[in-house]
Design a protein around this ligand. Structure first.
Ligand code: SF4
Length: 402
């Protein structure tokens, strides 16, 4: 399938929308009341610090809703305004945030049902409106919806589309796209659907394994078993690693994406010599600014003397999990919660430790004077951060005076 030509044709179609519908003013009120916070604004203006009683809050200097997510949410709300009577669907959670997704459900925006791990599009009919989320949709899904005669509202973030364009460039030169990401993550599923040959590597350790294979060869069966589900059909590590290009899921750890890019560059240079490097290797910077800013701000915050850290964001949000990783690496007691409601009391907090299931931690809030670091992922509204801060003040007996 010529994915580039398909996207070009789709974008010209009258049933396809990738800009708002001019209802910005109507949705501005909902966006403001549901997602923005005057307390957070106040903290931002006060050098990202708020002290009440024996609690000092230190906010990361960049956190929360990125413009790509804000744009996607506003577009979804505008879609309801623009199509007041049509059935409206979303192919996936628009972003990884439970309150935003609940809000959409309340507006009668339905999620495509998933049966036995597969999306069931059978209930969607001609004329239905289907919203594609901020992290995009696979080209096969877009084609299916187009064939069904749906109206498509595409909120895919331009940073994500930039990665798709990169993958198209790899394909044009018959390169294999090495995608740093999680093969099951919707964004990576979408990105790999535009590739011809691809291999998804999760982390530096996997990248090292692949690079070692490039240089020294290895056990082909073991390679294919290790990357089962993470490569294109018919992928052959003995043939398909001669020409490679780097791509990434936009929310991965920036430092790791860079390390992986450098590792492949050195490996290819070692294998084919410096003068052949550009012939065998392609890399473009596709790390999203928002992810980068949030990670840089977190790096600054975790250097401070903190008694604990609260990281707020959806449990399946990749960029939030990476923020949590950075905190854990510094040995800080860090709690990843997806909603302020997870803070049950001063003794109990329901949180998700890295790589584990949700559990309850006891005695999480220390006695006496404390400094609490707070950050949130790109899909978390300021309102959720405000509510978490208010809860901490309440539990420590420090009322908030705004
Ligand atoms: S994190 Fe970056 S790529 Fe993802 S929606 Fe936000 S701006 Fe876009």
């Amino acid at each position: 399938m010529d994915t580039k030509a398909f996207r070009r044709t789709l974008q010209k179609s009258e049933s396809y929308h990738r800009k708002g519908f001019g209802h910005e003013e109507e949705v501005a009120g909902v966006m403001q009341s549901a997602y923005q916070s005057s307390l957070i604004q106040q903290i931002r203006e006060n050098n990202y610090t708020l002290q009440r009683g024996n609690v000092t809050i230190r906010l990361a200097e960049a956190f929360g809703f990125c413009w790509g997510v804000e744009r996607a949410v506003a577009m979804a709300y505008e879609t309801r305004q623009h199509f007041p009577t049509e059935r409206i669907w979303i192919t996936n959670e628009i972003i990884h945030n439970p309150s935003v997704n609940q809000h959409l459900l309340d507006m009668k925006v339905e999620f495509i049902p998933v049966i036995d791990g597969e999306k069931d599009f059978s209930g969607i009919g001609i004329g239905d409106v289907v919203i594609l989320p901020a992290f995009g949709a696979s080209v096969q899904e877009m084609q299916l919806l187009n064939d069904k005669g749906c109206k498509i509202v595409d909120t895919t973030c331009p940073w994500v589309s930039k990665v798709w364009n990169t993958v198209e460039k790899h394909k044009k030169k018959s390169y294999t796209s090495i995608i740093h990401g999680k093969y099951k993550h919707e964004e990576t599923v979408a990105t790999s659907s535009f590739a011809d040959k691809y291999l998804v590597v999760l982390n530096l350790a996997q990248a090292e394994y692949v690079c070692n294979y490039i240089l020294n060869g290895g056990n082909r069966e073991e390679f294919l078993a290790k990357f089962k589900h993470a490569h294109s059909e018919g992928f052959d590590p003995d043939k398909d690693l001669e020409y490679v290009g780097i791509a990434n899921q936009t929310t991965m750890l920036k430092s790791e994406t860079e390390q992986i890019g450098k590792l492949f560059e050195h490996t290819i240079m070692q294998k084919y010599g410096p003068d052949q490097l550009t012939e065998h290797f392609q890399s473009f910077n596709t790390i999203c600014d928002a992810t980068q800013e949030r990670q840089d701000a977190m790096l600054g915050l975790v250097e401070e003397k903190l008694d604990l850290m609260i990281v707020i964001g959806g449990f399946n949000s990749s960029n939030t999990t990476h923020l949590q990783e950075m905190s854990i690496e510094r040995g800080i007691s860090s709690y990843h919660i997806d909603s302020p409601d997870r803070i049950i009391s001063g003794d109990r907090i329901e949180h998700k430790p890295l790589g584990k299931d949700i559990e309850i931690a006891e005695n999480w809030l220390p006695e006496g004077k404390i400094v609490v670091g707070i950050t949130s992922g790109a899909s978390t509204p300021d309102k959720a951060v405000e509510d978490a801060i208010e809860k901490i003040f309440e539990l420590k007996g420090s009322a908030v005076a705004v």
